[in-house]
Design a protein around this ligand. Sequence first.
Ligand SMILES: NC(=O)c1ccc[n+]([C@@H]2O[C@H](COP(=O)([O-])OP(=O)(O)OC[C@H]3O[C@@H](n4cnc5c(N)ncnc54)[C@H](OP(=O)(O)O)[C@@H]3O)[C@@H](O)[C@H]2O)c1
Length: 337
Amino acid sequence: MTETASLENQTIVLRSMPEGSVELDHFEFQTAPVPELNDGDILVGVEWISIDAFIRTTFRPGGFHQETPVGAVVGALGAGRVLASKADGYNVGDGVKGPMGAQTHVVAPGAMFELCDEQIAPLQAHLSALGLTTGMTAWVGVRNCGKPQPGDTFVVSAAAGAVGSIAGQIAKLDGARVIGIAGGPDKTAFLTDKLGFDGAIDYRNEDVAERLRELAPEGVNVFFDNVGGEILDIVLDQLALRARVTICGAISQYERTGDVVGPSMYLRLAERQARMEGFAVFHFAESFPEAIAELAQWYNDGSVVMNEQVFEGIEAFPEALLAMFTGKNIGKILVKI
Ligand SMILES: NC(=O)c1ccc[n+]([C@@H]2O[C@H](COP(=O)([O-])OP(=O)(O)OC[C@H]3O[C@@H](n4cnc5c(N)ncnc54)[C@H](OP(=O)(O)O)[C@@H]3O)[C@@H](O)[C@H]2O)c1
């Protein structure tokens, strides 16, 4: 009898490869026995799963992130607690984070995970306000790439989402005038009333180019783009001299497989002596200690607000993922196991 013999792993597997938009029937709930631990392994009881846009890009052969093949557990980051350990440095009860997948239990080498410091923030905050793909991504994109200066006009797209809402708040703390672009009046009200942004544009109901000219008559100094496509072009057309465009992501393009739409307004970069730079958060590991310390301080003193939208139970994972691609979320989407 091992520690794992009586445990059942509940999983969400990919039933078929989505061609365009992701639908609920692309996924299937399955159960499997929890495997035994080899030397160096830990068994984690998953408590929280992070819903991230990159998950969509794993449903494609040859994508940037490791592919999720049909029949496999969907890849996802998570946080949980060590239930059994054969790895140095991990004890039963430790909080850990890392690549856990859409499942209730995971057995894997301890080296794949990191301990969570629960003195600085609760477990789920290590996926949201302090999370690699959320708070840390926003911090790196603002501090290492866009670098807003006091008085700059900083524009962020998908502004009411997880990364966008934190990026805008960091830029405000750094003294910028912040304008968010988001879909719907609830989201724009959240940005101005709850987060204190200086302006917000509802791209579903307003003329973005016209509103941007009103809100940023001197042009945009920093654009933190999460969306790509048409919105990127509209902002490129209104850059100020020596503007910085930070490509964090392009969620409007992730469901397109062979025909990603690139910017047609890129000549504005030359005309405005501007710079466009993309980044992937994991290339900035040297910044993580500083980022996490600052994010934890803001999280605890309330100077950065992280709205969390929680779906209950592993079976809600597909619904939670769809919520992101239909813009139903304000802030970070998490699945609580
Ligand atoms: N560079 C990196 O290392 C890194 C790391 C993590 C995440 N990211 C990127 O950061 C971006 C935001 O990720 P997140 O986790 O914070 O997601 P999120 O912003 O919380 O959720 C995605 C939001 O994007 C908008 N959206 C969804 N589909 C769209 C479409 N077809 N066209 C336009 N807008 C759409 C929706 O907001 P609206 O209702 O406002 O449209 C939705 O709420 C993504 O592009 C992601 O890939 C990059």
